[in-house]
Design a protein around this ligand. Structure first.
Ligand SMILES: Cc1cc2nc3c(=O)[nH]c(=O)nc-3n(C[C@H](O)[C@H](O)[C@H](O)COP(=O)(O)OP(=O)(O)OC[C@H]3O[C@@H](n4cnc5c(N)ncnc54)[C@H](O)[C@@H]3O)c2cc1C
Length: 388
């Protein structure tokens, strides 16, 4: 009998397990992979501030540190942004193989049981909580728990079984492909983003340096408008840019770009991270919000146990916390994503040209928007939609 079972040892699950175990809960964290953190389905970028909020920085899992982002319009116009204003994915490039394991270790150190190579198959309700069915090495058994946290990623089985989320449409998910490449000739002080409807329909390509001339080189596209699989766009991007280097790893994965869900809870159950579609609809970045959601869910779990109240009414406190933290940003960036989808390549070029070379790190967001609209008055109608 546990107070809390957490499914998935990604950043969201390990942070939830750590936070609740620190508050004295009897926690089980289960992870279906045999090694936490591998394979890495991530470009591993995160802002320094987002990371420092939740963990003490340890150089062991920092692959590199950048000072800003370089964004390229379809015609090659470059916009340089300082790290502080470049968003949640720019600052550090992690070594997630080590980072995710470190977080799970912190959860274990706080007192959580951690079972790897253990898949949660489902759950059923009992008179005083839940029974969670688990499978390890062909053996199946059940554990009882008062609370369940689904931190089981974008394809969350827990979320769908609980009826909290529905399967995403092709326009609500980014399909991604990424190589880890080595022997590259790049300035490792920046992360690089490449835009264009031909290049990456509904998404963008990226190069995130990992030190020692290696980098994550990847692409995300919106399957509802893409004409071929993400990997084909990635190969075309590498060829177009003339990127020379050796491919040492390949991963494919998906990122929810849904926006804000109405609720991430039901009786006895909370969802966090990608399972609750918490990733950013513009960038697809989800580590920062996963950490934050895991933290809030862990806190509310401990309050629920203290009050012996696992009702949806009580757990809505978790909704309040994550929504106050980053819900507004999810809503705003969903609108921004829809706005960007309406822009053709010449407009993207014109937007980039109107701020290229300006010291945008010294400008407020409002000043940037005014500058963009001054140079591109035809966008005012679209902006009105965005602000409505
Ligand atoms: C190609 C790519 C690049 C990305 N780049 C970035 C980036 O640069 N920056 C950024 O912030 N975000 C990035 N993201 C998104 C980021 O990886 C996710 O948002 C983040 O990992 C979400 O964390 P999580 O803990 O919610 O889920 P996950 O990290 O997906 O963890 C879920 C865990 O649950 C486990 N699991 C699933 N089902 C079960 C089950 N039934 N039983 C037991 N365990 C289960 C999985 O094995 C997994 O370990 C990228 C994503 C992709 C695909």
């Amino acid at each position: 009998m546990f107070d809390l079972v957490v499914v998935g040892a990604g950043p969201a699950g390990s942070m939830a397990a750590k936070t609740s175990a620190e508050k004295g809960l009897n926690v089980l964290l289960v992870e279906k992979r045999q090694e936490i953190g591998t394979p890495v389905r991530c470009a591993e970028g995160i802002s320094k501030e987002s990371l420092r909020r939740f963990v003490e920085i340890d150089k062991k899992w920092i692959a590199s540190e950048v000072i800003g982002a370089k964004i390229y319009a379809p015609d090659g116009t470059e916009v340089v942004m300082a790290e502080e204003i470049a968003g949640n994915e720019v600052g550090f490039v992690l070594e997630r193989k080590i980072f995710d394991r470190h977080l799970a270790r912190l959860a274990a150190k706080a007192g959580a049981e951690v079972f790897v190579k253990t898949t949660a198959l489902g759950f059923e309700r009992t008179h005083n909580g839940l029974k969670v069915k688990l499978r390890r090495l062909g053996e199946e058994w059940e554990v009882e728990t008062k609370l369940l946290i689904g931190a089981d990623g974008v394809e969350s089985k827990i979320g769908r079984m609980a009826g909290i989320i529905k399967t995403l449409k092709m326009s609500e998910i980014e399909s991604c492909a990424q190589y880890l490449m080595t022997g590259l000739d790049i300035d490792e002080n920046y992360t690089y983003f490449y835009l264009g409807n031909e290049l990456a329909p509904g998404g963008y390509a990226w190069i995130f340096p990992k030190g020692d001339r290696s980098a994550n080189v990847g692409i995300g596209v919106l399957p509802s408008i893409a004409k071929m699989p993400a990997k084909c766009y990635l190969d075309r991007f590498i060829e177009k840019l003339g990127i020379k280097g050796k491919i040492v790893e390949f991963v494919a994965g998906a990122v929810p770009v849904y926006g804000e869900i109405e609720t991430a809870v039901t009786d006895n159950i909370m969802l966090c991270g990608d399972a609750a579609y918490h990733s950013d609809p513009i960038t697809g970045g989800g580590i920062a919000n996963a950490l934050s959601a895991g933290y809030h869910a862990g806190l509310v779990a401990s309050e629920a146990v203290a009050k012996n109240d696992f009702s949806v009414r009580f757990l809505r406190r978790y909704d309040e916390l994550w929504k106050a933290d980053f819900g507004g940003k999810l809503r705003r960036n969903k609108k921004l994503q829809e706005f960007f989808l309406k822009l053709d390549d010449p407009t993207l070029n014109s937007l980039a040209r109107s701020i290229a070379g300006k010291k945008i790190e010294e400008m407020s967001v409002q000043a940037i928007v005014v500058e963009l609209l001054r140079s591109n008055p035809s966008l005012i109608e679209l902006f009105k939609d965005l602000l409505s």
